[in-house]
Structure formats: structure tokens, C-alpha cells
Design a protein around this ligand. Structure first.
Ligand code: FEO
Length: 391
């Protein structure tokens, strides 16, 4: 795709990665992604805001050629992660006059991870501004969205906020701007769940601060640009601040069917009591979907059989993943079946230390569930429904 003008002198020069299906060798990308890079030219100086994943270097360079960029005064690195910084060495080599601007925390990271020469970097403090002539760039430190060194860049003359990962979506699209709000909302929620959710409390502070800026466009470094900033800022406020929904995420694995019988019964019992359920079979689940479901769910139920007296590894993986994602879940419990003995409860609870949850009484049965076990599942559903009414 060629460069595209966003405002006078401001161009999109990034790359859409339609075919990428995995990020960090972990996160599924069902809809691909993009690495957005922006060229800002003022009356006197020019700046490139973020670069692209190294795999897309040639595309960024071709875009800069196509705009006739022969000199460059500044390169802004909002974030040190390689999908945005990986092309910096090539850019700095091509434009030897350019200064690389980033936060003081980012400077040693770029030197360490990318071997960028230290003397090419100028660290900028929170609130610092640089003039490009008739354009200004202001730097807003935003630590822990999602790394400690991140910042946002604000262009006040056009009221554009360049947010790098914050507010992004892993979505490959030929649309420069959001056109299908439903599709982008889902992609952005999934992205929030996988990348931003562990930093909810930090994001809350940044959202408050951004309330003081006049913003016409939010230009993230993944996914389309927001022409209606409130769309994504309201979504983040909801995900970060609002109480969780009357929803149970039931993630389970079953080896011989006993745990599955319990899952079926509990799901029906919950639904009968007005509780919404999202059920995931961990042997085939898309973990991105599971993460997304955790954004708003009040309760997590893990269903697992005992394997060598401990949790099935897939259930342990789901617990580990949930623990690092730190959703705003309020309640958690375990259901499952064991053959001769079980340390399921201790093991799963031990894997969830980050969650601020009330652990409800698990339902663990020996072998096939019987009437008394189904009755215990009914009581669990009753407890969950009652707790959810108090949210
Ligand atoms: Fe898109 Fe944290 O990198």
C-alpha cells in the first residue's frame, strides 16, 4: 500500500501484514495486523513516528521514497518493542542526520536490543515539545502500556494523538480509518485482553490524563485510525473501570467424559438462573477468544480432570494465562473428576495468585458424577447467580 495523507503534511507510511497469524509465538492473529508508521512534515523539520516490524522494512523505505523523503530530522520511538522499533537501525543508517527521540527508560533498551548507537538518541522528558516549524510534537510518557518505557506523541495543530500500542487492534484492513465499528470493537477488545489488560490500573491513570487533551484523531500503531476517539476511549473506560458482567467463563478439558458431564450440567444450571456462560474446550480453544471473554466476565470456572493427581496441563495453562492477564474477575472455582486422588484445588489456586477473587467451593467428584454431585453443581450455580446479583 502506498503512503496515504491523513492531514496536510501527515502521512501514513506503515505496513499491513495480512498474513501474520501469530504474535510473540503465542497470540493468534486471526485477522492479521498492521505496523503503523507516520510521517509528519512541518515547515522546517520532519519526523517519522515509529517504524515497522523488520519483515516489512522494504515497504516502509519504499513509502518514504515515494514521498520523496531525502532528509529526516527526527525519528520518534514511542515504544521499544521490535514490531515498531525493529526497522530503526535501517532508518538511522539511511538518514544519518536524524536524531532518535524516546523516553529515558527507552534509550538503554534500544541500545541493548537493537544496537542503536547511544549518541544517536536524545531522551525526552514527559511533556517535552519539539518544533517542526509550523507543527509541534509533544511527548506524553505513558509507562506500562504495556512496557515501562512507552510514550505517546501529540500533534496539537491537528489534534492527533499517536498512541503506539495503546488503543490498537490486530486487524489487517485496507481501510485507513475505522469503518466497521463492530469489527474493530471486537479486534480492539481482543487486543486489550491479550496485551493491555494486565496493566488496567496504569491505563486508568493515562485515560484520566488524556481527558485533558483535545483529540480529533487517535492514530495507533496497530489497526485502523479512530476518527471518533470517544469510540475507543469509552470502550477502554468500560473495560478498565466498569464492574464485570453477569457472565461465567467456563474453560474445561475432559479426558473420558466425566468432567464434560459436569460442565454440561453446570452450564444448564447457570443459564436457568439467568447467568450468561461462555464455554471453551481447552483442547481446541482459541486462547485469544478465551482472553477476550475474560475482559468482562465476573466468574471463571475451570473444569479439569485429575491427571497424575494434579490438574490437566491444559487447565494449568489456562490458569497460568488467566493469572498473567489479571482480568477483573471477582469469583473463581474448579469442577472436575478424579480417579484415585486429587490435588486439583491446591494446584489451581496456587496458579492464580494475581487474581483478586473469592474462591467458591469447588465440585470435585470421584469417577462419574452422580445425583449428589449434580446437586452440588446446582448449589454452585445458585451461589454464582447470587454473587452476580451483588455486582
Ligand atoms: Fe506492538 Fe508492544 O508492540
Amino acid at each position: 500500500m502506498h503512503p496515504r495523507e491523513i492531514r496536510r503534511g501527515v502521512h501514513y507510511v506503515g505496513a499491513v501484514d495480512w498474513d501474520r497469524r501469530l504474535f510473540d509465538e503465542l497470540i493468534p492473529l486471526p485477522d492479521g495486523t498492521s505496523y503503523n508508521s507516520y510521517m509528519v512534515r512541518g515547515s522546517e523539520k520532519s519526523a517519522l513516528i515509529d517504524t515497522v516490524d523488520p519483515a516489512m522494512t522494504d515497504l516502509l523505505l519504499a513509502n518514504l521514497d515515494s514521498l520523496g523523503i531525502k532528509t529526516l530530522d527526527y525519528v520518534i520511538a514511542n515504544h521499544a518493542e521490535q514490531d515498531h522499533s525493529g526497522t530503526l537501525p535501517r532508518i538511522l543508517g539511511r538518514y544519518p542526520m536524524a536524531k532518535l527521540l524516546c523516553t529515558p527508560k527507552c534509550q538503554p533498551m534500544l541500545v541493548g536490543m537493537l544496537a542503536v548507537p547511544d549518541d544517536r538518541i536524545m531522551a525526552v522528558e514527559d511533556g517535552a515539545k519539539i518544533s517542526l516549524g509550523d507543527r509541534t510534537l509533544e511527548f506524553i510518557h505513558a509507562p506500562w502500556v504495556h512496557w515501562p518505557e512507552t510514550m505517546l506523541t501529540y500533534l496539537p495543530e491537528e489534534k492527533i494523538l499517536f498512541t503506539c500500542d495503546l488503543f490498537g487492534s490486530h486487524l489487517a484492513t485496507s481501510d485507513l480509518y475505522v469503518t466497521d465499528e463492530g469489527q474493530v470493537f471486537e479486534s480492539a477488545r481482543r487486543y486489550y485482553a491479550e496485551i493491555m489488560m494486565p496493566f488496567r490500573t496504569n491505563i486508568e491513570k493515562h485515560l484520566e490524563r488524556l481527558g485533558g487533551y483535545a483529540i480529533d484523531l487517535i492514530a495507533p500503531s496497530h489497526g485502523p485510525i479512530y476518527q471518533e476517539p470517544e469510540f475507543i476511549m469509552d470502550a477502554y473506560r468500560h473495560w478498565v473501570l466498569d464492574s464485570p458482567d453477569n457472565t461465567v467463563v467456563l474453560a474445561y478439558v475432559s479426558m473420558h467424559g466425566s468432567t464434560k458431564l459436569m460442565v454440561k450440567h453446570l452450564v444448564a444450571a447457570l443459564v436457568a438462573r439467568g447467568v450468561r456462560v461462555q464455554q471453551f474446550d481447552l483442547s481446541s480453544a482459541d486462547i485469544g477468544k478465551l482472553a477476550e471473554a475474560l475482559v468482562d466476565a465476573a466468574t471463571l470456572v475451570l473444569g479439569t480432570p485429575a491427571m497424575l493427581a494434579g490438574a490437566h496441563p491444559l487447565a494449568a495453562y489456562a490458569a497460568f494465562l488467566t493469572n498473567i492477564l489479571r482480568p477483573k474477575t471477582r469469583f473463581a472455582t474448579i469442577i472436575g473428576s478424579f480417579g484415585w486422588g486429587s490435588r486439583l484445588k491446591e494446584q489451581i489456586i496456587g496458579l492464580l495468585p494475581n487474581l483478586k477473587v473469592e474462591f467458591l467451593e469447588p465440585v470435585l467428584v470421584k469417577g462419574l458424577p452422580r445425583e449428589t454431585d449434580f446437586a452440588a453443581l446446582d448449589r454452585l450455580a445458585e451461589t454464582i447467580a447470587a454473587r452476580h446479583k451483588e455486582l
